[in-house]
Ligand binder design. Sequence first.
Ligand code: HEM
Ligand SMILES: *[C@@H]1O[C@H](CO)[C@@H](O)[C@H](O)[C@H]1NC(C)=O
Ligand SMILES: *[C@@H]1O[C@H](CO)[C@@H](O)[C@H](O)[C@H]1NC(C)=O
Ligand SMILES: *[C@@H]1O[C@H](CO)[C@@H](O)[C@H](O)[C@H]1NC(C)=O
Ligand SMILES: *[C@@H]1O[C@H](CO)[C@@H](O)[C@H](O)[C@H]1NC(C)=O
Ligand SMILES: *[C@@H]1O[C@H](CO)[C@@H](O)[C@H](O)[C@H]1NC(C)=O
Ligand SMILES: *[C@@H]1O[C@H](CO)[C@@H](O)[C@H](O)[C@H]1NC(C)=O
Length: 527
Amino acid sequence: MANATNVLVAILSIFLLSRIVKLIKGLKAVNYLPGYRIPFWPIHFIGALLPTTWWNMGMEFSWRRRFDVYREFKNESFSVIPWLLGPAGIFTSNIDVARQVVAGGQKSSFIKPEESSGTFLLWGMNLVAAEGDTWRKHRRIMGPAFNNNLYELVWEQTLQAYHEMVQAEGWMGKDVAEVPVVQKLTFKLALHVLGRCAFGFPVNWSTPATLPNGSMSLNEALRIVTDTAIFAVCFPSWVYKLPVKWIQEMHVAHEQLRNFMRDKVNERRRVLHAEEGDKEALGRDIFTMLVAANQSEDERHKLSDQELIGNIFIMLFAGHETTAHTLAVALGFMSLYEDIQDDVVQQVLDVVGLDRDPTIQDYPKLTKVTAVLYESLRMFPVAQSMPREAREDTILSVPNPVGQEGSKIIPIPKGTHVVVDMIGIQYNPRYFTEPEKFKPSRWEGVSNESENFTAFSFGPRMCIGRKFALTESVCWLTMLLREWRVEPIFKPGETKEEWRKRVMDARFVLTLGVADVPVRFVRRKMA
Ligand code: HEM
Ligand SMILES: *[C@@H]1O[C@H](CO)[C@@H](O)[C@H](O)[C@H]1NC(C)=O
Ligand SMILES: *[C@@H]1O[C@H](CO)[C@@H](O)[C@H](O)[C@H]1NC(C)=O
Ligand SMILES: *[C@@H]1O[C@H](CO)[C@@H](O)[C@H](O)[C@H]1NC(C)=O
Ligand SMILES: *[C@@H]1O[C@H](CO)[C@@H](O)[C@H](O)[C@H]1NC(C)=O
Ligand SMILES: *[C@@H]1O[C@H](CO)[C@@H](O)[C@H](O)[C@H]1NC(C)=O
Ligand SMILES: *[C@@H]1O[C@H](CO)[C@@H](O)[C@H](O)[C@H]1NC(C)=O
């Protein structure tokens, strides 16, 4: 009896000691920077899934504490040292520090941690998950596909999607259209444009295309695959044998899409190889351009079928929710601030007028529409964090507080994590005065290359889909706001301030989103 107790005490002591050692090592790793000492690292599975409370950061920490966490530590960075599970790390809201960790490429001492890239490897190696030379190769091949031809296609397809939407949603003869969840429209739009412009699929707003074996629509399969990505990586293969409906659906969606993609690669290759054949009909989508580029002589420009499919799919994960949420946020804010909406619409009327659809030549002149998107992304940076890990012993140069010149060098041992807190950056008073206010005017006259615009990341590894997303969003908002005034749908007795509190709040899935946005579209009376 006494023996058993002794053993237990010994085990407990060893455990406690090991935790204390972990904590001390962590403190050293972050150079004793003040911060949180908690059980779990918030970006790992357990820490992320547990709710945000006093003892766990969880997914929502950076959002809920966006106004005060950096003030609490009187610094633009703070440390997080989990004593139970996970690496020691630093969260930062400083762009200069961020720039040092996200650059990518062979020379970088920082890489994306495996557990955050893993989700994206399901379909094959790709631009988002790759590091070092592999990343450089993927970027070199993908880069040329993002050209003006593509943006013209995006513009065309967005216009068409808008017209299809007005028809299919039954808005034609209507003066008022109520949309209880505006995300229903924005998600459909984003999927539609990606389907047409990235995958080259014949998706249709009203009648979804079916997959070859007919049991599921293409939209349905794409939706299931996006929604279940996080489970798909961690499920071992036996899980798919379980007779659970959603797991079976997920299995079917994955299988069917995989087969469909293989067929499509082969089909495009056949057409491109054929002497005759309707090459024109293949289209200008990213998928076709990548298959075509693969025909070059240069081995350095070749992707395997698997890598190509991986890169096409990554656009779905990187470009679907992000664009859809940004548009939902923008419409939410437009409905709240009538004066800003009027101002934007006035510019649309000045630039485009009422007699024609906007063209891509109008895009650079639609600065106020763009400013609304920039400001929406600042207040809701949909890519809420960029985690990185030191793959070798290295250093960071940390700028001194505002008002003091210079910076301090701090050592960062191998294995330490640095998390670029995108929410922290967008709410950092060093970069934005009155960060809590929705003020698109702060972007007026700011170049789209400005260092201050960071929601798409920065440096060589910045979002490759930035102009894709902006082109689509500007085009769609221009069409929509020109024809319809957007208004909030209030609950009985609700004020604007209460609506803003209830609706313009973050929701987390893989990215940062916004709660369901209920709005009403009222047809504008044009003279
Ligand atoms: C509002 C919309 C979007 C936002 C806010 C956004 C944001 C970002 C951010 C912050 C990164 C850097 C992530 C990191 O390094 O950890 C990124 C990378 C990336 N994005 Fe986007 N994105 C958007 C739309 C899109 C679209 C529409 C596409 C594709 C058509 C796309 C494709 C990619 C790809 C492939 C990368 C990886 C680039 C690389 O590592 O070289 N994104 N995006
Ligand atoms: C979408 O489907 C409907 C119904 O099948 C069809 O009338 C319409 O032409 C299609 N639109 C496009 C762009 O394919
Ligand atoms: C459709 O695909 C699923 C999954 O690959 C398969 O189980 C099913 O038998 C297929 N149905 C037909 C009619 O081919
Ligand atoms: C690209 O070319 C290589 C070598 O010629 C070939 O093995 C590969 O399957 C091709 N990939 C695609 C997507 O066509
Ligand atoms: C934050 O802490 C670092 C390291 O202790 C220090 O070099 C830096 O000046 C501090 N920054 C601010 C804004 O106080
Ligand atoms: C970025 O923001 C800072 C602070 O508001 C401002 O001083 C600076 O001029 C801005 N830079 C650019 C390029 O707009
Ligand atoms: C930024 O503006 C320049 C000049 O108007 C334009 O050529 C470029 O495509 C724009 N970039 C993006 C991402 O919109």
